[in-house]
Design a protein around this ligand. Structure first.
Ligand code: C6P
Length: 441
């Protein structure tokens, strides 16, 4: 006798529709509402009112993880206080509310990147897990001996190591699109590499270290023309630029919720439906099955086929709230705000510290990230002195060791922005850097 799972989510479309907020807004549809008022927004981020070492906190490490607005914190708080229950299981009121909230979050995340259907959104813990899912599931099924996968020299370790493991296991090959000294991908070399007829091309949309915004639609078209599938790592793009996966045309797009104002433990894989349908499960257990017998099982439909076990329900609900929050702000306005800040910061840093080493492309080709070094001072020392001024920046290799090797750098300090960042934050960075120069230079 078949033992059915207790209420497997089989009617996805209906579930996804349940509780879905109305008025879908495409990410770029609100570009022309005037500039974003970051000063007003800050009141919605409680942590920005706190201090570090007795100084007002200046948070310039948003590329590592963003701060969270009240809308996100309260959505998660409300779930735990009012309808904490498992999803796709309980035939009782709060269980059904939890399921509706979880699936409404999926619909919000789908709308945020203009995915054709919420069924194409698989919730993961983060971008790393989403890439590992594709490498383990699609990769093991489709990559064989001698096949080529093309990456770039600027990838985060999350979009490198899973592919290293796969090609070692399958005796396949990795090739890399090189970069120029200021961190721009060499598309001329990419076109030559495509003659290898790769099975997959995987690249970051925005570099976490240099901020480079890559021409993802153009690269996708080139890869498709050569017969390759495309995975885009959008971890540093979704918080900062309008993302429309339908317009990009890629096959997989991965990102983390915690960098786009959502909670840690939230992330997503978007994949084209027919690809997800054809992929074997990544993890197995409850939730991802339709029927289980002692010696065989039938799997659930996508996306639940890839969501084994009880998911992080609160994180998904917070992730959905973050997507709604950003859509309400308008990603075009977010991008314009951060661009203005990057121009201001790069000009000010160059003016104040003529010998400061700044890396990456010109402001017009970069997202909200500025990597730098004070000549002769280790970036860890720079970060420590800045910390005493209340300024939080990241220092190290930022999980891009090969990129640092390519640029002949041991480490860098990195200031990174988000919607709540202001010119005053940049001014405080400069005050802190003056102290670095006073102490070391
Ligand atoms: N970069 C940074 O400080 P996870 O850890 O799975 O949420 O994100 C991984 C990841 C993947 N791709 C890119 C481009 C990324 O920037 C990151 C995370 C953080 O730069 C933490 S190392």
């Amino acid at each position: 006798m078949a033992i059915a799972s207790d209420r497997p989510p089989t009617d996805g479309a209906a579930q996804a529709a349940a509780g879905t907020p109305a008025a879908p807004a495409s990410p770029s549809s609100t570009v022309d509402r005037g500039p974003l008022d970051a000063h007003a927004l800050r009141a919605e981020f409680p942590i920005l009112g706190t201090t570090a070492h007795g100084k007002p906190l200046v948070y310039l490490d948003s590329a590592a993880t963003s701060q969270k607005p009240l809308a996100v914190i309260e959505a998660m708080d409300t779930y735990y206080r009012e309808y904490n229950a498992n999803v796709h299981r309980g035939i009782y009121q709060i269980g059904e509310r939890a399921t509706a909230g979880y699936e409404a979050a999926r619909a919000s995340v789908a709308r945020f990147i203009n995915a054709p259907s919420p069924r194409e959104i698989v919730f993961t813990r983060n971008a790393t897990e989403a890439i590992n899912l594709v490498a383990a599931s699609w990769g093991r099924k489709n990559i064989g001996r001698g096949d080529a996968i093309i990456l770039t020299e600027m990838e985060h370790h999350a979009n490198l190591v899973p592919w290293q493991i796969l090609v070692q296991e399958r005796d396949a090959d990795l090739e890399f699109i090189p970069i120029t000294d200021d961190g721009i991908l060499r598309l001329d070399v990419f076109e030559v590499l495509l003659r290898l007829k790769p099975k997959l091309v995987a690249f970051t949309h925005v570099s976490n270290t240099l901020g480079t915004i890559n021409p993802v639609a153009e690269m996708t078209a080139l890869a498709h023309a050569a017969g390759a599938l495309v995975l885009v790592d959008g971890a540093q793009a979704v918080p900062h630029v309008p993302v429309d996966v339908a317009a990009i045309g890629a096959d997989f797009y991965v990102f983390s919720g915690h960098k786009m104002l959502g909670p840690t433990g939230s992330g997503a894989l978007w994949g084209r439906r027919e690809l997800l349908d054809a992929m074997p499960p990544y993890m197995a257990g409850g939730e991802m099955i339709r029927e289980v017998h002692l010696r065989r099982s039938e799997f659930n439909e996508v996306p639940w086929k890839f969501e084994a076990g009880t998911p992080d329900i609160a994180a998904a609900i917070g992730f959905g709230a973050a997507a709604e929050y950003l859509m309400a702000l308008g990603m075009g306005r977010v991008q314009a705000h951060e661009h203005e800040l990057i121009v201001y910061a790069m000009d000010a840093l160059r003016r104040e510290f003529p010998n400061l080493d700044l890396y990456g492309p010109p402001a017009d080709a970069r997202g909200g990230v500025i990597p730098f070094n004070v000549p002769g001072v280790h970036p860890h020392d720079v970060a420590q002195v800045l910390d005493r001024s209340g300024v939080a920046v990241r220092a190290g290799h930022h999980c891009t060791m090969p990129l640092h090797e390519r640029l002949d750098l041991v480490a860098t300090a990195r200031a990174s922005f988000n919607v709540y960042s202001t010119r005053e934050d940049v001014d405080q960075l400069i005050v802190g850097l003056r102290e670095v120069y006073r102490l070391f230079a």
